[in-house]
Every structure is written in structure tokens, then in C-alpha cells.
Unconditional design. Structure first.
Length: 188
């Protein structure tokens, strides 16, 4: 029983939905259209907040415990903390560029495309790696006591977008996600 892994997997489902929106907006941008920059900025803001406050904190705790229990398996994952720093750098770059566009600064189209596609690609690769190596290895190696201790170390953080009360600043993004969900499941 590892509710921590259930939570991390659910986060990945949520994050993948945001990445799908980013890909749709990127396709719109590449077709010489104008993407919804407000939505892009909201997604960037969410990625600036939630992973470092919650998702990465949980994963880093799991990884450190895996290092103790099965070092070889942890080595296959790589340096998770460094990966998370790299992801944080790319999301800051992406957010800065979108911010520049919204303040009418001159930004080359290739710069916007690059920041957006690098971020989506890197985030997807990172989540795939965790699902393939980190989560199964942790489920195999960690004990019930490990999971209890990890849970005890996590401070509750209310998810501002996918939590029970989405914050008003994410209202438009929340609506886009609901519209997407009703397209995917029209009869639900
Ligand atoms: Fe991660
Ligand atoms: Fe993750």
C-alpha cells in the first residue's frame, strides 16, 4: 500500500492534461495562428508552484529512501534532484518568454516555439522515466514503515488547480480542463 505513489501517479495524469493543452497551443502557434497566451501563462504559473511545493518534494523523499533500500535501482533513475532543478529552470524560461510576449516585447517566434516544445518534451520524458524506473523500484524496495515515514514528512499543500477548490487565478484554465474532459467523455 503506497498512497504516495497513487498521489504521484494522479499528479502525472493531471500534468499530462496540461501538457496536452500546451501541445494544442503549440500546434496553433506553428500554424501561424495566435495561441491563448493567458492560458499558456497560467499553465506556466501552475508548473512554477505545484511541483516544487508538493510533487517534487514527495518524489525526492521517495528517491532518497530508495537510495537506502536499493542503490542500484536508484542509480538507474539518475540524479532526481538535479532533474527537478533542470525542469524548474526550463519552466522559468518558458514563463519569462510568455510574460515578454504578453507585455508586447519583441520575441522571435523560434524562441517561443523552442521554450514551449523543450519544456513539453522534457517534462514528458521525465515523467516517463519516473513511471518506468522510480515508481516500480520504490514499490518493490520500500517497506510499510518507509511509506509511513515519508507520509509523515510531507506537509499538506492545497493543489491550486486540481484540488477541491481551484484558486480564482486558475479559473479560466480550470474551465478549459473541464471542457477537455467533457469532450473526452461526452456522456459522463
Ligand atoms: Fe519528478
Ligand atoms: Fe513526477
Amino acid at each position: 500500500m503506497a498512497p504516495t505513489i497513487d498521489k504521484l501517479r494522479q499528479d502525472h495524469v493531471n500534468l499530462a492534461r496540461l501538457l496536452s493543452i500546451l501541445e494544442q497551443e503549440l500546434a496553433e502557434f506553428d500554424a501561424a495562428g495566435t495561441p491563448d497566451y493567458d492560458i499558456l501563462l497560467s499553465i506556466a504559473e501552475y508548473f512554477l508552484i505545484y511541483p516544487d511545493k508538493d510533487h517534487h518534494v514527495r518524489e525526492d523523499l521517495v528517491y532518497r529512501r530508495l537510495l537506502l533500500r536499493n542503490e542500484a535501482a536508484a542509480r538507474r533513475v539518475g540524479d532526481l534532484a538535479q532533474e527537478h532543478k533542470g525542469i524548474a529552470r526550463r519552466v522559468r524560461k518558458f514563463a519569462t518568454i510568455i510574460g515578454h510576449v504578453l507585455t508586447d516585447a519583441v520575441v522571435q517566434r523560434t524562441t517561443v516555439h523552442g521554450a514551449l516544445s523543450d519544456f513539453v518534451e522534457d517534462q514528458r520524458r521525465h515523467m516517463r522515466m519516473e513511471e518506468e524506473f522510480l515508481f516500480p523500484a520504490a514499490l518493490n524496495a520500500l517497506t510499510d514503515a518507509d511509506w509511513s515515514e515519508i507520509e509523515g514528512q510531507i506537509e499538506t499543500f492545497s493543489d491550486p488547480l486540481f484540488g477541491t477548490d481551484a484558486e480564482t487565478r486558475f479559473a479560466e484554465l480550470h474551465q478549459s480542463l473541464q471542457a477537455m474532459a467533457s469532450q473526452d467523455h461526452p456522456n459522463s
